[in-house]
Design a protein around this ligand. Structure first.
Ligand SMILES: C[S@@+](CC[C@H](N)C(=O)[O-])C[C@H]1O[C@@H](n2cnc3c(N)ncnc32)[C@H](O)[C@@H]1O
Length: 243
């Protein structure tokens, strides 16, 4: 099924070797292409070599290197945590341990335990999810709320857009409730997709807001991240209906 084929130029260096996957009976063309991309993706290989559960781990690592997000002792909430790459990076960067866990992750998918991380198997959009997260944090404020959540796409652009915006809005609303002053909110958005009102609301509550496209985020994907730094506290006079 898997062929090592020469890349362009015909030189037999390792660099030129590209794994090609032959289509198999019963496998969709899109699955074959996905498999081929995974097998040729240097981040997938690095994740395996460095013990990360996902290539996504490098997205938060790269954003941390560039935007200086994590510090030792910080408390972090990871929304849409499975399979756990971001939580692994956060646990390492904050020095979180099982004896003194600083990271709480939530996902509706089952996850294997991660040292230093409290994991909740729960849909974040359910009404009682925020209270469960706050309880898991021992009632303490968070320094970072990060969300890599995305619904599986339906293929209908309008529907997908509304669903992702809804997820970001409730993540942002949660962040305003739980962040300590100076805190950071990071959320997966889609390029051209951050709603004007949401951005406006975040600009009111944070000192700086910016979009980031870390190198590990595939260039052919519309995915990007919104980073809001320097939480100023919830603006009680503001119009929270915008959130
Ligand atoms: C791109 S993956 C996250 C990868 C993760 N950052 C990592 O490094 O391993 C997105 C995750 O969001 C989760 N998710 C999407 N909607 C959710 C929701 N409403 N509640 C909880 N998790 C959700 C999905 O189950 C999926 O595991």
């Amino acid at each position: 099924m898997v062929d090592k084929a020469l890349g362009t130029g015909g030189r037999k260096s390792d660099k030129d070797l590209k794994i090609r996957v032959k289509s198999a009976k019963g496998r969709k063309v899109s699955s074959t292409k996905w498999l081929e991309r995974q097998l040729n993706d240097p981040y997938v290989a690095r994740a395996r070599a460095e013990g990360y559960r996902s290539r996504a781990a490098f997205k938060i690592k790269e954003m941390d290197e560039k935007h200086k997000l994590f510090r030792k002792g910080m408390r972090v909430v990871d929304l849409g945590a499975a399979p756990g790459g971001w939580s692994q990076v956060a646990a390492k960067a904050t020095g979180s341990t099982d004896a003194n866990p600083l990271i709480v992750g939530i996902d509706y998918l089952e996850m294997d335990p991660i040292p230093g991380v409290i994991l909740l198997k729960k849909d974040f959009t359910e009404d009682d999810a925020p209270a469960m997260l706050i309880e898991a944090m021992g009632g303490k404020k968070a320094d970072i709320v990060m969300s890599d959540m995305a619904w599986p796409t339906t293929g209908h652009r309008g529907t997908d857009h509304i669903r992702i915006i809804h997820l970001i809005e409730i993540a942002a609303d949660f962040a305003l409730d739980v962040l300590a002053p100076g805190g950071v909110f990071i959320a997966k958005v889609f390029q051209g997709g951050t709603e004007h009102e949401l951005l406006h609301m975040l600009k009111r509550h944070f000192k700086t807001t910016m979009h980031a496209k870390p190198p590990a985020s595939r260039s052919d994907s519309a995915e990007a991240y919104l980073i809001a730094k320097g939480f100023k506290g919830r603006d009680e006079d503001g119009d929270d209906a915008e959130v």
